[in-house]
Design a protein around this ligand. Structure first.
Ligand SMILES: C[S@@+](CC[C@H](N)C(=O)[O-])C[C@H]1O[C@@H](n2cnc3c(N)ncnc32)[C@H](O)[C@@H]1O
Length: 224
């Protein structure tokens, strides 16, 4: 049974939607999302030898440069449920020697199928806001579980700004009318990170065609 059938919806949504649009995804979204994703990647500042996990790896636009940055002793893992997106990610990383350091896993992210405290850093771009706030907080807690205590997390996500402008309001309206198409729902990223047990190291707002996008760098709050 397909995901759409299981949920009682006739239109594809979630990873099934991404499967369908995987061939168009980069052309449709990369001109807008790419520069913001790249900035969040710079904030993560991957270092040689690190182990990094990306959740909702999509077509591998971030995973590929991450695999190059971690170099020979490092490794990267990209997780996604959409076969079409993963196939594109696989093609992208295999084009370069860095591909040998990249593992792609077809899996859901709740729970993350990885061992506790096994990664130096985690990365998410335009993925956390696909989940409603309670699930997003749970996903952030899951990421905290797989990060080493001194690890870090960088994200780019649609931002629920304190004073939404007209583009943000229009987007939210569109999301309510057609959540299967406009599937991201702006989130209070800073608040979610704090609730999930992170300290914010840096957070700034950018604009994606008038819709606020929050970039954040966070670290697990020490447990005493
Ligand atoms: C908006 S795309 C972003 C892709 C990529 N991070 C980027 O910046 O281009 C969201 C990705 O999350 C994946 N995804 C959605 N729900 C998921 C879930 N529950 N488990 C794993 N992946 C999921 C989708 O298949 C899709 O590839």
């Amino acid at each position: 049974m397909s995901e759409g059938q299981r949920s009682g919806r006739s239109r594809p949504s979630g990873p099934l939607l991404y499967d369908r649009i995987s061939g168009l995804y980069d052309r449709l979204f990369d001109p807008f999302e790419g520069p913001l994703r790249d900035e969040a990647l710079r904030w993560l500042a991957a270092r040689p030898g690190e182990r990094i996990v990306e959740l909702g790896v999509g077509t591998g636009r971030a995973l590929h440069p991450l695999a190059e940055r971690v170099g020979e002793p490092g490794s990267v893992v990209g997780i996604d449920l959409a076969r079409g997106m993963l196939a594109r990610a696989a093609r992208r990383v295999r084009r370069s020697p860095a591909g040998a350091r990249a593992l792609l896993v077809r899996a859901g992210v709740r729970p993350i199928p990885l061992a506790p405290a096994s990664f130096d850093a985690a990365f998410l771009s335009f993925t956390l806001e696909l989940f409603g706030p309670p699930q997003a907080e749970r996903l952030l807690s899951e990421i905290r579980r797989v990060l080493r205590p001194e690890g870090r997390l960088a994200l780019a996500a649609l931002w629920q700004s304190p004073r939404p402008g007209w583009m943000e309001r229009a987007y939210i309206h569109g999301h309510r009318l057609a959540p299967h198409l406009l599937d991201c729902s702006p989130i209070d990223l800073d608040g979610l990170l704090r609730q999930a047990g992170y300290d914010l190291r840096r957070a700034e707002t950018r604009s994606l065609m008038g819709i606020p996008v929050r970039l954040a760098l966070a670290a697990p709050r020490p447990r005493f």
